[in-house]
Design a protein around this ligand. Structure first.
Ligand SMILES: NC(=O)C1=CN([C@@H]2O[C@H](COP(=O)(O)OP(=O)(O)OC[C@H]3O[C@@H](n4cnc5c(N)ncnc54)[C@H](O)[C@@H]3O)[C@@H](O)[C@H]2O)C=CC1
Ligand SMILES: O=C(O)[C@@H]1CCC=N1
Length: 274
């Protein structure tokens, strides 16, 4: 993969996830810089991955060929206007946003009219190289920049381009926010397992190993539909059938649909506010 000088502005959870994936896939630590206002997260990144760190965003942005904008959405406008006021020049650089709810047009305004922007939506399993990232770029972005951005994100997992920008909001619902849905489901299962007499550790083991096994069954059997995999577990007249019936009777499918639509609605709302 191409090894551009890459800066992360904002050294929080997502930057750590992506940096970890890049280093694991052989990206040179000497080509990665992370900037953050406070030291502790930077020090941990330097200790764990050997990358450059700085508390000065301008320094990070100036030496970089590609810049990952990795602050919270609410901080983006302030961060970019401070950078521009400090004399940052983005010309010739690729900006990669991972922020939820900020459109490419809005990012372009915030970045002083710079249009070379790829908008992405990763998720936290990127930390393990198991991320799922959506990507969108406007027509102004060159193929080489799209390819580079895809490679950066692939270091941390799988990627999917969307042709229309609103697709990013759908990706938020189906992947960006979605690890939390599975955690919530696992929490509920572990709670019930504890209620039935297992210790907290035992309940976690049962749920964790089953979730891992189920996800791996899906990945290992691309020729089987999700429904077929479910049916393989579900003996006629047996225990699983009763559990599935209970889920269906209680409206699992509309529940999930509503939750995903709520995530999309919030992403669109953020887009209109930020
Ligand atoms: N957490 C998640 O699952 C996902 C998050 N995202 C997006 O990633 C972005 C970052 O999220 P997290 O890493 O979870 O947040 P975080 O809060 O862990 O990290 C943000 C970092 O930015 C730093 N920061 C604040 N102001 C700054 C400034 N002016 N200059 C430089 N750094 C500054 C903060 O100190 C913090 O370390 C957000 O825009 C979020 O929408 C996208 C996909 C998934
Ligand atoms: O909850 C959020 O807004 C961010 C975006 C996707 C995951 N976390």
């Amino acid at each position: 993969m191409e090894h551009r000088k890459l800066a992360f502005i904002g050294a929080g959870n997502m930057s750590r996830s992506l940096i970890s994936g890049l280093i694991r896939s052989g990206y040179p630590a000497s080509h990665i810089t992370a900037a953050n206002p406070s030291r502790p997260k930077l020090d941990a990144l330097a200790a764990d991955f050997g990358i450059h760190i700085t508390q000065n965003n301008l320094e990070a942005a100036t030496q970089a060929e590609a810049i990952v904008l990795a602050v919270k959405p609410q901080m983006m406008a302030g961060m970019l206007s401070e950078l521009l006021a400090a004399g940052a020049d983005f010309s010739g650089k690729l900006l990669i946003s991972i922020a939820a709810g900020i459109s490419v047009n809005r990012l372009e305004q915030m970045a002083g009219g710079h249009a070379n922007i790829v908008r992405t939506m990763p998720n936290t399993p990127s930390l393990l190289g198991l991320g799922m990232t959506g990507l969108y770029a406007g027509a102004a972005v060159a193929q080489a920049d799209r390819d580079y951005c895809q490679q950066v994100m692939e270091a941390a997992g799988k990627t999917l381009w969307v042709a229309e920008e609103d697709g990013i909001n759908q990706i938020i619902a189906a992947a960006g926010s979605a690890p939390a849905y599975f955690f919530l489901f696992m929490e509920a299962m572990a709670k019930q397992a504890e209620q039935s007499g297992f210790s907290a550790d035992e309940a976690r083991l049962l749920v964790q190993q089953t979730a891992l096994g189920a996800a791996n069954m899906v990945a290992a059997n691309p020729h089987l539909s999700l429904g077929q995999l479910r049916e393989q577990v579900t003996s006629k007249g047996g225990t699983t059938a009763e559990a599935i019936r209970s889920f269906n009777d209680n409206g699992l499918e509309p529940l999930v649909a509503n939750a995903m639509q709520a995530a999309v609605a919030r992403a669109r709302e953020l887009e209109s506010q930020l």
